[in-house]
Ligand binder design. Structure first.
Ligand code: PBG
Length: 328
């Protein structure tokens, strides 16, 4: 005799204990990297387009690092809001060993040495034109000249105590040069997380407010960041960065590029990270503000999507909230 239906997939979903038992993926605070903005200004400067996110003074950012440790968040990512008078065409402040970034690294390493510190390697917070590299007379971002400056920038960050340097500039060949520079300077265990597949995205707007580059940026970043139409090219970017010595790779933005994450993970089997960027955070907060979504649920659901896709971890401004929810 035959029974209808032959297979009941709802059977394992019928109770909470069984759902837990059958969960294919888990999300924990250890999956999170918390991006933090640093300022020379007041203790706390809220960022209007990133509701709930602020820039912090050195003392306060050190407190945030201690908070990360208490919440079980293994790593924080740092971004400086360089004062206007220190921004220049050549972005030389980027390799000043006493710049805001380096002082923040030292303050955090003093306060919470157990927390990993990831630093952004790119010139945009330091240039007067808001581009990630050096610009020629025609407005083109110069590749090899920029890469040399990025090496100097990565070295001052490593010297200050950075654990992971993360080039987000998308110049060709920079991962290899930075690796070579780190090895020569004795920083053998400083990791490189390459922003390997970084797209020229409309989702970076609030970040540009946070580091004050929105008003400065001339043109767009399409001659160095990737075209959203391309997937094969992302695979080539990742392959190159791995050959050049990247320890892990990043896909950015996050949710619109889950297909890229899946492909990178299955083709290379290396640690992959997603950056759920500022515009994605703002989109969730905007939906919550009008009652269209419940914050806790959608934050955890989107973060789980990255785990399911194969990520080792996620950079997200919702990190402290998610860690609180997951740690409870
Ligand atoms: C720039 C950089 C950007 C972000 C991280 N590093 C912006 C850009 O490329 O213009 C964006 C992160 C976010 O939107 O949260 N090197």
């Amino acid at each position: 005799m035959s029974h209808y239906p032959a297979l009941r997939l709802r059977r394992t979903r019928a109770s909470a204990w069984s759902r837990r038992l059958h969960a294919e993926n888990v999300l924990t605070p250890a999956d999170l990297i918390w991006p933090l903005f640093v300022t020379e200004g007041a203790d706390e400067e809220p960022i209007a387009s990133l509701p709930g996110v602020s820039r912090w003074s050195l003392a306060k950012v050190a407190e945030r690092a201690k908070e990360a440790a208490a919440l079980g968040i293994p790593c924080i990512a740092l971004f400086p809001n360089t004062p206007p008078h220190l921004r220049s065409d050549d972005g030389a402040e980027a390799f000043n060993p006493d710049n805001l970034m380096c002082r923040a690294i030292r303050a955090i390493k003093d306060a919470a040495p157990e927390v990993g510190v990831l630093t952004d390697v790119a010139l945009d917070p330091y240039t007067s034109h808001g581009h990630d590299g050096l610009v020629d007379g025609a407005g083109y971002v110069l590749n090899d000249e920029t890469a040399e400056v990025l090496v100097r920038q990565a070295l001052v960050q490593a010297e200050a105590g950075a654990d992971i340097v993360a080039p987000s500039d998308m110049m060709d060949g920079r991962v290899g040069l930075i690796r070579e520079g780190l090895e020569s300077a004795g920083h053998r265990n400083v990791q490189i997380m390459a922003y390997a597949a970084k797209y020229a995205s409309g989702f970076y707007g609030p970040f540009r407010d946070a580091v004050s580059t929105r008003g400065l940026l001339k043109g767009d970043k399409k001659t160095y960041q990737m075209d959203p139409a391309n997937a094969e090219e992302a695979i080539r970017e990742v392959a190159l960065d791995l050959v050049e010595g990247a320890d892990s790779v990043m896909v950015k933005p996050g949710l619109p590029y889950l297909d890229i994450i899946v492909r990178v993970k299955s083709e290379f089997g290396v640690p992959v990270f997603a950056y759920q960027v500022s515009g994605e955070y703002a989109m969730i907060e905007a939906a919550v503000a009008v009652g269209a979504a419940e914050r806790e649920a959608v934050v955890l659901e989107t973060l789980m999507a990255f785990k399911r896709a194969g990520c080792s971890g996620v950079l997200t401004y919702h990190a402290p909230l998610a860690a609180r929810l997951l740690g409870a």
